[in-house]
Design a protein around this ligand. Structure first.
Ligand code: ADP
Ligand code: MG
Length: 652
């Protein structure tokens, strides 16, 4: 394509981009300065990439000297220009990176927006709008870019006013790199100013490890043709910790994590000795949208070797259950040409990885201990992921279990805030197990009939209702020597509560009769030591999956072997007392089945034949003496008359 008669092509933004742009412009208006941070951050990334690729590609290594970022302005033309001599973009890169949002969950994100300016601004920040923040201050943005592997003629100019379309034309650029030219809108003319720009750079971008240059001023404060560096231009993580301010740590986080919000906590350490490396890890304030999308969720650790950026998302540096951690590792012991393959089995990496995990656990333990409020915030965002830890990381199992938090019968909110240590501390006298119940909601856990005897005895039970809980509990056996035990599984070794002989007399016999009526639907029917107010409940074997999980797995198409649960009955309950008065036969069988189905439902299980349950229940309701009498005392329907007779004589 000839550049003489520049051909301009017009493109439509991807639909989501359009929607997002409008929102960004409105929502970030009160925080306009950040456009510069985003552009400088992108420039820095581009320099990192060039430096890294030049290590192994001679064709571009000539461009890797004197890497820098330039911020210039023109008050008269009302423009601000951010340039870098980094990796640059090809025409396709520009279309793909600037014209689309190559981010997962974009639509999902847009669906969450409420129209409430303040809330949305927070969400947008969390989503990360990067380049698009330019349109908050500019009514036209031009971008000129040339990729380092392409010639001067291959450069491309992108231009847009942020209202739905952008244009692309071929142009030339002497050196590889990118210029972003902002045509400021009237309200934002103030940004085309030396002092204003310098102060924003100092505030947000001082930590950038490449020089950021601006025009020099003469004695009178007029701009000259010379440029000078206006930031510290050193790798922040290599500086002594005491010399780094909290603000600098926060700004650095926003740069490397591409987050608009401050981090929740961080830990920075410089290690010398056998291996020399620096780590700087951050815990974000909010979970990303794709945290549970295993395919998409990326690791957030950057790897540097001797200050040179090597790669993003270095998955071997962090176990999966810590995938929410953002930050970097800078090693002095790895070769500069280290590849992902090498990282997979490398002694240095293994060492750094296990030391890194310890540092993060140290940080979390410290916050849990000394700043419970912050820890609660962490837990509500990332607790679900951390629960994968005790299973995934056997070496740190005990520490990880210690960091978990649970809802409990001894608390009155559904919030997960009880630690296992706290649980152990307030155990009842003689209690040896850590009791828990699993269910698919907090309400279901809290109302489980299995809790009745525990409530009565004042024994605390942890209420587990996250999806991962059932799996977690099937994998861990104990904490600090205390065994975990489900209140819904196995036989309880409690002494029976009631000494009331009349209540228990004949109970075993009743259990046997119900067992016969139910046939092979149940493994066993026995008198319960769990129940005080419910008529019956199901008890699973130690190794069985909870019913709500069985249901979930079946729904997902998995084969789950049928288990034969035990039915426990509460002979003191009026329903059971009444059943004891019935003789064996059809009616007794129906009641038994209703009893069983009820217990399945209470457990979050699913009935094999729900319609039959409803029919049986309706028959029973209609046959209730009061109901039957009210139906029509004069004539009396046949059914009710029959039923009443049934009740009185106790025959089938
Ligand atoms: P992010 O930085 O989070 O990826 P941005 O919206 O800030 O998102 O940038 C989008 C993409 O555009 C970047 O990932 C990068 O590929 C490309 N890009 C932006 N600015 C530059 C630049 N100065 N040089 C090269 N590529 C750039
Ligand atoms: Mg960016």
């Amino acid at each position: 394509m000839s550049t003489g008669e520049a051909q301009t092509e017009t493109y439509q933004f991807q639909a989501e981009v359009n929607q997002l742009l409008k929102l960004v412009i409105h929502s970030l208006y009160s925080n306009r300065d950040i456009f510069l941070r985003e552009l400088v951050s992108n420039a820095s990334d581009a320099l990192d990439k060039l430096r890294f690729e030049a290590l192994t590609d001679d064709s571009i290594s000539e461009h890797s000297a004197d890497l820098n970022i330039t911020v210039d302005y023109d008050a008269d033309a009302r423009t601000v220009t951010v340039s870098d001599n980094g990796i640059g973009m090809t025409r396709d890169d520009v279309i793909n990176n600037i014209g689309t949002i190559a981010k997962s969950g974009t639509q999902q994100f847009l669906d969450q927006l409420t129209g409430d300016q303040k809330k949305d601004a927070q969400l947008i920040g969390q989503f990360g709008v990067g380049f698009y923040s330019s349109f908050v201050v500019a009514d036209r943005v031009d971008l000129v870019s040339r990729h380092a592997r392409e010639g001067a003629e291959a450069a491309v100019r992108w231009s847009s006013d942020g209202s739905g379309t952008f244009t692309l034309e071929s142009t030339t650029r002497d050196e590889p790199g990118t210029d972003v030219i902002l045509h400021l809108n009237e309200d934002c003319a103030e940004f085309a100013d030396q002092g204003r720009l310098r102060s924003i750079i100092r505030k947000y971008s001082d930590h950038i490890s490449f020089p950021i240059r601006m025009p020099k001023q003469d004695e009178e404060g007029n701009r000259t043709e010379d440029f000078e560096t206006v930031n510290s231009a050193s790798a922040l993580w290599k500086r002594a910790r005491k010399d780094i301010s909290e603000e600098e740590y926060k700004e650095f986080y926003k740069h490397i994590a591409h987050d608009f919000e401050d981090p929740l906590a961080w830990t920075h350490s410089q290690t010398e000795g056998k291996y020399e490396y620096t780590t700087l890890f951050y815990i974000p304030k909010r979970a990303p949208f794709d945290l549970f999308d295993r395919e998409r969720a990326k690791q957030g650790i950057k790897l540097y070797v001797q200050r040179v950026f090597i790669m993003d998302d270095a998955e071997h540096l962090m176990p999966n259950y810590l995938r929410f951690v953002r930050g970097l590792v800078d090693s002095n012991d790895l070769p500069l040409n280290v590849s992902r393959e090498i990282l997979q089995s490398n002694r240095v990496i293994d060492h750094i990885r296990s030391a890194s995990v310890k540092k993060i656990l140290d940080l979390l333990e410290d916050k849990a201990q000394n700043d419970p409020e912050l820890y609660a915030q962490f837990w509500s965002e990332f607790g679900q992921v951390l629960k994968e830890g005790p299973v995934e990381d056997f070496a740190n199992r005990e520490r990880l279990l210690g960091l978990l938090r649970f809802a409990s019968t001894h608390e009155d909110t559904p919030e997960q805030k009880v630690s296992l240590d706290q649980y152990i501390e307030r155990m009842a006298e003689g209690q040896e197990k850590i009791w828990y119940v699993t269910a698919d909601s907090f309400a279901a856990a809290q109302k489980s009939p299995h809790l009745e005897v525990f409530r009565k005895k004042g024994i605390e039970v942890l209420l587990l209702h996250d999806r991962v809980d059932e799996w977690l509990m099937s994998q861990v056996a104990e904490y600090k020597g205390m065994k975990f035990a489900s209140v819904a599984k196995g036989e309880l070794d409690f002494e029976p509560e009631t000494e009331d002989e009349t209540e228990t007399e004949g109970a075993d016999d009743l259990a046997g009769r119900i067992g016969k009526a139910l046939g092979d639907q149940v493994g066993e029917v026995r008198v319960s030591r769990r129940l005080t107010s419910s008529p019956a409940c199901l008890v699973l074997g130690e190794g069985d999956l909870a019913l709500h999980m069985q249901h979930l797995l079946r729904q997902a198409g998995h084969h789950v072997p049928d288990s034969q649960p035990t039915l426990e009955i509460n002979p003191g309950h009026p329903l059971l007392k009444r059943m004891a008065g019935l003789e064996d036969g059809e009616r007794f069988g129906e009641w038994s089945r209703v009893l069983f189905d009820q217990a399945v439902l209470a457990e979050g299980g699913q009935l094999g034949d729900p319609a039959a349950f409803v029919n049986r229940l309706n028959d029973l309701l209609v046959s209730w003496p009061e109901a039957a009498a009210a139906a029509d005392p004069e004539s009396g329907s046949e059914a009710s008359a029959e039923d009443e007779g049934d009740q009185r004589t106790g025959t089938a």
